[in-house]
Design a protein around this ligand. Structure first.
Ligand SMILES: *Cc1c(COP(=O)(O)O)cnc(C)c1O
Length: 373
């Protein structure tokens, strides 16, 4: 059998009774859309973050898009973000009608280089969108200072950082609002699509609730500004409620897998060779993906296929080099660190229930491949 970087079936085998009970709870509830499960999940997800408000939406991309719209971002506005991210981060900015502006990432942690943000601010900049990529948080203090100084909004992209902490604070509690995805692979994953936006601001939350419901005010059922249909599904909400109770366990499980990768591969790690991920001081990592780096990445991935190991790259194409964003005017060479990483990074298997034997098998194969390079 082929080893993949992610597989939900071992988790499903363990949690099957609870997941199927969640489905039956909703089917028997008499309310299939925006019912008690969505309301309950919103309450509990907000409480997990010690925030007053969470709004469930249909996926992470729309959580970002509606989050931007609720912060007042629209056509003519610029949003500063990174190109080293999942393309949907940038698709969401475009979807809100705004223009993405990219800064490069740092060589050591692959995260937004906050030193480059000040130079990217123009009179049209409206918001900063830091991506807590791979499971650890961007340095938020410098962004907070710039936002304050220039009157900018901050929307955190938390699609990869459920439960991650930055100097003690949870990802998603450090900006004006934060967008989450519950795509099945995520640290908190549904059995289908889902997303949420959390905030401490009542007016932002009210706006979000209208935006996900056609733009309607739910008291009078009158459209205030045309919005979207972006509701979180009731079944996914009930599954997420059950899984939220286990989020800290999932995070601990992913950390245990990371420690095992360090034990199994740490001695191979070094400059010019295989480089394992590092955690910045003040961060706790949730390892959405376990991204390693090697200059001969393509040869390694190719050779591992012969061992029935299929690895992923998160992400092989920097967003600014994609055809769909050519109109933004970035060329090859505009973001050198991002472009170099895209050629060198790859992901090792990572999920809480990854069997130890699989991990040992991958490590042994990788060792053999690296020795033969
Ligand atoms: C997964 C992801 C998204 C998009 O979430 P969907 O639920 O797939 O729409 C956005 N940003 C980042 C960083 C992601 O990893």
């Amino acid at each position: 059998m082929t080893t993949h970087v992610w597989d939900y079936l071992p988790e499903y085998a363990k949690e099957k009774d609870d997941i199927l009970d969640a489905v039956q709870t909703v089917f028997g509830s008499g309310q299939l859309v925006l019912g008690e499960s969505v309301r309950g999940f919103e309450r509990e997800f907000a409480a997990y973050h010690s925030l007053p408000y969470a709004t469930g939406v249909d996926n992470g991309t729309n959580a970002l898009k509606l989050g931007l719209e609720a912060l007042g971002v629209g056509p003519g506005d610029e949003v500063i973000t990174v190109s080293n991210t999942a393309a949907p981060t940038v698709v969401a900015i475009a979807g809100a009608g705004a223009t993405p502006v990219f800064v490069d990432v740092r060589e050591d942690d692959f995260l937004m280089d906050t030193d480059q943000v000040a130079a990217a601010i123009t009179p049209r900049t409206r918001a900063i969108l830091p991506v807590h990529l791979y499971g650890q948080c961007v340095d938020m203090a410098p962004l907070g200072r710039l936002a304050e100084e220039h009157g900018l909004r901050i929307l955190e992209d938390c699609a990869q950082s459920h439960g991650a902490r930055h100097h003690g604070r949870l990802a998603g509690t450090m900006g004006d609002a934060a967008a989450f995805s519950f795509y099945p692979t995520k640290v908190l994953g549904a059995y289908g699509d889902g997303g949420a936006v959390i905030t401490a601001d009542e007016s932002i939350d009210r706006h979000l609730r209208q935006l996900r419901y056609y733009g309607m005010d739910k008291v009078y059922y009158v459209v205030r500004t045309p919005g979207h249909n972006s509701r979180l599904d009731e079944v996914q909400a009930e599954i997420l409620r059950r899984k939220l109770r286990r989020l800290d366990e999932y995070v601990a499980g992913r950390n245990a897998v990371a420690r095992r990768w360090e034990q199994l591969l740490g001695d191979l790690s070094g400059p010019g060779g295989l480089r394992l991920p590092t955690t910045n001081p003040g961060n706790t990592h949730v390892y959405y993906v376990y991204v390693v780096r090697h200059p001969q990445r393509d040869a390694i991935i190719q050779a591992l296929r012969a061992h029935d190991i299929s690895l992923n790259i998160s992400y092989p194409w920097p967003v600014h080099t994609m055809d769909g964003f050519a109109h933004l005017g970035y060329t090859e060479g505009s973001l050198p660190v991002t472009e170099r990483l895209a050629r060198e990074i790859f992901s090792l298997p990572m999920y809480p229930s990854l069997p130890e034997s699989e991990q040992e098998r991958v490590a042994a194969a990788l060792r053999e491949v690296l020795a033969g390079l």
